[in-house]
Write a protein that binds this ligand. Structure first.
Ligand SMILES: Nc1ncnc2c1ncn2[C@@H]1O[C@H](COP(=O)(O)OP(=O)(O)OP(=O)(O)O)[C@@H](O)[C@H]1O
Ligand SMILES: [Mg+2]
Length: 926
């Protein structure tokens, strides 16, 4: 058991306070096991007052020694003893409120929801703070210890409020539920009806099956493991002036990642490096990221800005010093990790995984959870798309509004299932770099896929389920339930209409109000005697036999009814069962003589009116009892069959999940095919080379946008590699440079994801990493200026791009003066050309670069144009041609954008005078 830093600090500061304070102060408690930073501590231990009283006897007001001998002070580790409740004379809050307060202490940083009857309640400052955000009225509860702010909502709305708290406000929520205490506890405690206990802590990353979860996206929880001493050592060695703010991006250390989705049981690990961490975080897209508390001082801020930037939540958690080996993960996995596979996981991955499991164990407070055995993701088996590129290329979200529409995912998604959509999303963020799957013919990959289906167990199980479950019976049960609900709704409405005020009627839920009385009571009468079963009669031999017995008992009942009807001379006699009275005979209509009843053996009348009469008849009571008994046995047998089906599902779970994974792949494959047919896409050819040959390429989303407006998209070729590894693209504003750059990056992503691509022909040498430096984006949130962001991103590219990488750079250097911008751009181009030697598309308005790079051997110059007519009108030529275009036509674009005419005129004038000056200076110089 460990003490966390703050607790130790608190303890030691108390420990050495003056003697007076020690004796006067009450015994204080120590939360001796806070491992999560939001304070899920267990106040189960207390530290004994550490000063031996014999040495330091002390009375209020008496003279005190102000010095203490060293030997009198207790030495060594602080001793922990079980905490025993002290008697408190101060007015206390009512038990429920006090319990809530204790939980607020215990689960610091968590919003506590306490179940009180039909409500979940918030109290104290949390009620005041969150009430208005949740649209809840904040009331004040009178208690003997003073008023307490409170707010609450009905229990059935929990999902709705959890969504706001956890998903929208990124809060941790601890739910304290009610439990009926055992008889023993009840006599011992204050006789309260319920005990309360926090059953689960819900955080954005530990959602399980909440209704508000988006089923087409994974809800990942990620743990990052960094070896702290190794990082420290590396930093000390480095000391080369690299910025303290960017430790991670300059460290080459290995980092272990592990992430899981509690709702699907998916569990992964990966080994990455500190430099690539930012990209990995963006790619995985976890909702919550668990980080070792020990990293807080070293790189806490950098991690926070990295994670917080995408509105992800960072949770600090004390990672275990000792790493739990994979062989001991079994209790949380549906199958143990394969012994052979175990060796392939690195120490860092195991450390991340074990801390992750520890964290969820803590959060789920003992609920049982079965995950799939962890699967290892290799860094080099997928294309690395860094965080900025993921955003810049709008692969998952559009840059403008951060929503899906307008993104690549949205444009290409044609999946039919939610889990297929999840797979597609995952693939788009980590396209494959293996040629194997891409080059095999369709037929053989299909055969390989089909071979992975395990139909033996699951299909037999499916047959059993189909043969056992009585769908009609279930539907009937549903109808009966609906009718019962409708009956209750009608009754509520009647009561509200007849006996209430109009506001009562309005207070009824909409559903109830909508149900008007045209759902006649007849419907319920009709069903009242019908028994609905959920299993087919022949689902098991025992069930079959029981149904036979029931049928013969029903026959007996029929015969008995007939006999009784003959005896009393009325066909309006029926044998019934009512909740209050049990088995009774009921006769409507003509009077039945007492004598006739006595002859039948009637022992007791129940009730009689002018036209009806109810009475007990031993023969019916006995028969009814037997019928009930058989019905009960049928229910039990149905339950047993259901349990056995469930067991079989669990036994087949691994196979079912594997089959489901194949179905997801088929879904994604079909989605690609549908899209290809719809948009006339081509199958790309992937090679081991390092060149791009794209003929007639199109931008997947811009093209659709233009076509929606009735405009045409101009396709463009791109031949990168060999003698032209870098294309320097110039041209007017608005003429399609950025579009061209992005479309080639997106075509590459689609090709390596296994999709068809928007081009006439595409032959692509497998790319290991895609980088895109696009546009100027301020990042004031991270305290970085436009130019700083630009340079940070550029630095990453220059440091990481390899000859296999594909880089698009759009207007690097535009965030500063033209001279400096040109200088930086040139230096970058130089680095990319001679050092990185990667395929690059580089768009710029610094035309001087075209001249400065004359001696670059593998650099081609391409441009776009503006076409002007004699009448003064103009249009953009989006087709690229070889050459350099030194006209930006910026003023035309400014005019199009609607700048006031006097502004445009002034701009023209200024431009002319600058031009003149340049010419004069040029002449002087020459
Ligand atoms: N190939 C194309 N065919 C048709 N329209 C295009 C094409 N490429 C771009 N466009 C249209 O032109 C607009 C501007 O394109 P883009 O942003 O790529 O220009 P740009 O050259 O990068 O301009 P700037 O220099 O101002 O950044 C696009 O939004 C799109 O509507
Ligand atoms: Mg542009």
């Amino acid at each position: 058991m460990r003490l966390n830093g703050p607790s130790i600090a608190r303890l030691t500061s108390r420990h050495f306070c003056s003697t007076a304070e020690i004796n006067v102060s009450r015994a204080y408690r120590c939360h001796a096991r806070p491992t999560i930073s939001h304070g899920a501590a267990r106040p189960s231990q207390r530290v004994a007052t550490p000063i031996p009283t014999s040495h330091l006897a002390f009375r209020r007001g008496a003279k005190t020694k102000s010095t203490v001998k060293l030997k009198d002070l207790p030495q060594g580790a602080l001793k922990l003893e079980p905490y025993t409740d002290t008697v408190d004379d101060a007015p206390r809050y009512p038990t429920v409120v006090q319990g809530h307060r204790n939980n607020m202490q215990k689960f610091k940083n968590c919003v506590i929801l306490t179940r009180v009857g039909g409500f979940y309640e918030l109290y104290f400052e949390q009620a005041e703070e969150l009430g208005p955000l949740l649209n809840l009225k904040v009331a004040s509860k009178k208690t003997s210890a003073g008023p307490v702010p409170m707010a609450g909502f009905p229990f059935f709305q929990l999902d709705r409020f959890l969504k706001t708290l956890v998903q929208d406000l990124n809060k941790y929520v601890a739910i304290s539920e009610e439990f009926a205490p055992s008889a023993d506890d009840r006599t011992r405690s204050t006789g309260l009806l319920f005990d309360r206990k926090v059953t689960r802590i819900i955080t954005p990353g530990t959602l399980i099956d909440e209704k508000f979860m988006d089923p087409s996206e994974n809800n990942f929880l990620l743990a990052i493991y960094i070896n702290i001493p190794a990082l420290q050592a590396q930093l000390e060695q480095q000391q080369d002036g690299s910025s303290y703010q960017h430790i991670l991006s300059s460290a080459s250390q290995h980092v272990g990642l592990s992430w899981l989705d509690l709702s699907t049981g998916d569990f992964f690990t990966q080994l990455t490096t500190a430099q690539m961490l930012s990209s990995a975080i963006a790619r995985i897209g976890a909702r919550e990221i668990v980080v070792d508390q020990g990293l807080q001082d070293l790189i806490g801020q950098e991690l926070q800005s990295l994670i917080g930037h995408d509105q992800r939540l960072m949770t600090l958690f004390q990672f275990r010093g000792d790493i739990l080996p994979m062989s001991q993960w079994g209790s949380m996995l549906e199958a143990p990790v394969d012994a052979k596979a175990m060796d392939s996981f690195t120490r860092e991955e195991v450390a991340a995984g074990s801390s992750l499991l520890e964290y969820i164990r803590e959060q789920l407070q003992g609920s049982n959870m079965k995950l799939q055995p962890p699967r290892r993701r290799h860094l080099d088996e997928s294309m690395n798309i860094d965080r900025n590129s993921l955003r810049g290329l709008e692969i998952l979200e559009s840059a403008r509004d951060g929503f899906g529409k307008g993104s690549l995912l949205h444009a290409v998604r044609r999946t039919s299932t939610k889990s297929g959509a999840r797979l597609l999303r995952g693939r788009l963020t980590s396209p494959s770099t293996s040629l194997e799957g891409h080059t095999s013919p369709y037929a053989s990959s299909l055969v390989a896929m089909i071979n992975r289906l395990h139909l033996d167990g699951p299909s037999a199980l499916a047959d059993r389920i189909l043969a056992a479950i009585d769908e009609e019976g279930l539907q009937q049960k549903q109808r009966i339930d609906d009718d019962t609900a409708a009956e209750a709704a009608t009754l509520a409405q009647e009561v509200a209409t007849n006996e209430g005020v109009p506001s009562d009627l309005e207070a009824l839920p909409k559903k109830v109000r909508a149900k008007n009385s045209d759902r006649s009571n007849a419907a319920t009468d009709e069903h009242s005697d019908v028994e609905s079963w959920v299993m087919r009669r022949d689902a098991s031999p025992a069930l079959h036999k029981l149904h036979q017995s029931l049928a013969s008992l029903q026959d007996e009942k029929f015969t008995l009814t007939q006999t009784l009807r003959d005896a009393v001379g009325s066909s309006a006699l029926s044998l019934k069962w009512t909740p209050g009275l049990g088995h009774i005979c009921h006769v409507k209509g003509p009077k039945v003589s007492q004598q006739a009843l006595e002859e039948l053996g009637v022992t007791r009348n129940v009730s009689s009116t002018k036209s009806t009469r109810s009475f007990y008849l031993p023969a019916w009571t006995e028969l009814g009892g037997r019928i009930d008994q058989v019905k009960l046995q049928i229910r039990q047998e149905e339950q047993a069959i259901f349990e056995s089906l469930r067991r079989e599902v669990i036994l087949n779970l691994v196979k079912i999940r594997r089959n489901a994974a194949v179905m997801d792949e088929l879904d994604v494959g079909c989605s690609f095919a549908t899209l290809a047919e719809e948009q006339h896409l081509t199958r790309p050819i992937l090679t081991q080379g390092t060149s791009h040959k794209i003929v007639g390429g199109r931008h997947p989303t811009v093209k659709l946008g233009l076509e929606e407006q009735g405009r045409r998209f101009v396709s463009n070729d791109c031949f990168l590699g060999g003698s032209e590894r870098i294309w320097l693209v110039t041209g007017p504003n608005m003429a399609g440079k950025s579009t061209f750059l992005r479309q080639n990056a997106l075509i590459t992503v689609l090709a390596q994801v296994g999709s068809f691509v928007p081009a006439e022909y595409a032959e692509i040498g497998m790319v290991d990493q895609i980088f895109s430096r696009i546009g100027a984006a301020d990042d004031l949130f991270r305290d970085q200026s436009t130019f700083m962001v630009e340079m940070l991103e550029t630095a990453t590219i220059l440091k990481q791009a390899t000859p296999r990488s594909f880089v698009i750079m759009d207007e690097v250097g535009r965030g500063t003066t033209p001279e400096d911008g040109t200088a930086v751009s040139f230096a970058c181009l130089h680095h990319l050309h001679y050092r990185n030697q990667c395929r690059t598309l580089f768009a710029t308005h610094f035309h001087a670069l075209a001249d400065m790079t004359q001696d670059f051997e593998t650099l081609g110059r391409y441009c776009t144009d503006v076409k002007e007519t004699a009448s003064g009108s103009f249009s953009f030529v989006h087709r690229l041609r070889k050459g350099v275009n030194r006209e930006s036509h910026a003023l035309k674009v400014a005019q199009l954008a609607g700048l006031p005419s006097e502004t445009i005129e002034m701009a023209h004038a200024v431009r002319q005078s600058i031009q003149k000056e340049v010419n004069v200076n040029g002449e002087h110089a020459s």
